[in-house]
Design a binder for this molecule. Sequence first.
Ligand code: LLP
Length: 418
Amino acid sequence: MGQTSFIHTGQGVLFAEGVSLEAIANQFGTPTYIYSKNTLIQTFESFKKGLIKTDHLICFAVKANSNIAILNLFAGLGAGFDIVSGGELERVIYAGGNPQKIVFSGVGKTESEIEAALKANILCFNVESRSELLRIQEVAEKMNIKAPISIRVNPDVDAKTHPYISTGLKDNKFGVDFNQALSIYLAAKGMSHIDIKGIDCHIGSQITELKPFVDALDRVLSLVDQLKKNNIQLSHIDIGGGIGICYQDESPPDFEIYIKEILNKIKGLNVKIIFEPGRALVGNAGVLLSKVEYLKQNDIKHFAIIDAAMNDLMRPTLYDAYHEIKVVREHDTKSQSFDVVGPVCESGDFIAKNRSLKLKENDLICIMSAGAYGMSMSSNYNSRGRAAEVMVDQDQLYEIRTREKSSDLFKLEKKLPL
Ligand code: LLP
C-alpha cells in the first residue's frame, strides 16, 4: 500500500479527492480528520481480492478507527469486526454490523461484556486465559447457551516492530502460552457450555515483513495438528491483524503476497480463514488537517505551534511515530528545520521533530497517514474538545463527527452539593 494517495495537488493547493483542504478548513475549522470514502472502499476490496475463492472473513479491528460512518461503510462491504470491549460491541451493532461476524478479543473481558456478547450472538470469543475460559463457561451456563470460543495463542514470535505494539512474545500479556494451549483446549472440550470454533493469534502491529506472520502461522498449524489428534476439529483459523502501512519509507508486503502466502499454508485444511486488519484498512485513508498558529525560534530551534496536539494524535508522543507533514498551499518561503508542536502543556506534545518545512503563520498543514489510531486514541487532555471528522466522496463532503464543544466535555460532571 502506498502512502495517502487521495491527497493530491491542484493549482498549488492540496485536495482530498475533489475537495480542497482550504474549503474543508473554512467549513469545519481545524483540527479536522478527513477520510476518503473511495480509498476506504478500494483498500477493503483489494484486501478481499485474493480471498474471493476462499471461505474467509475480514474482521476490521474497530480500535483502529471506530467512527460509526466507517464501521457502517465496512459492514456494507461485507466486513466482520474484531472488538475488544462492550463499547465496541454496541458501536458495531449500532453501525449495522452483523453480530455473527464479530470476534471478541482482549485480555480482560468482564462478566457483563461476556453476557452482552452472548446475548448478541457473536461469532466467537478469542479467549486469552484459562480463567477467562472458566468465566465464559459460567456465564454461558447461567444463560443456558453454548459460548463459541477460540483460544488466542501466543506463538512467541518476534514481530520486529515497536515494543509497545508487539503482542506475540512471551513478555507480552496477550494470548495463552503456546505450551499451555493444548491443555486449555482439552479443558474447553470437557466444558458443558463451551463450543470450540477455532484458534487465534495476533502478534503485533505495523509489521512490515512477511516472515513473522509465516512463523506464527507455522506454530499455530502445529497446534491444529495436535488438536486433530485429540479429536478437536476447528472450523476457523484467525491469524489476527498487524500488517503495516507506509508512513515514510517502509515497504510492507502487498496484500496479495501476504494473503497468498497464508492461503498456501492452510491449503487442504478445510477451515474458514479470519483476518483482523485495522491499520492496513484505514491508516492511509485518513489525514489530520491543522493550522499553524505561531512560529517561534531560539538560537537552536524553530518551533511551529499548530492547533492539533498530542490529544488529537498520540502516535508521535507515544511511539515516536513518523507522520509526514504537507503544507496545504505552496509558497516559496525558505525551508527551515522545525519541531511541529501542539498547545498542550507537555514537552512530549509534538507531532514532528526536526522536519524540514516551508512554513508561515496561519498556514494550513496536512498530517498524513492519520486514519488509524488517530481519532480513536484521542483524548480531552487540557480540556480540548476532540476534532471534527469529515468524509469526502469525490466532491461531496460529509461531517461524520461534530467537533466537541467544552459543554460536551463536562456534561457528565457534577458540582458537590452546597
Ligand atoms: N487484532 C487484535 C487482537 C489487536 O490487538 C489489534 C491491534 C489488531 C487486530 C489490529 O492490528 P493492526 O492490523 O491495526 O495492526 N496504537 C498503536 C497500535 C496498537 C495495536 C493494538 N492492537 C499504533 O498507533 O501504532
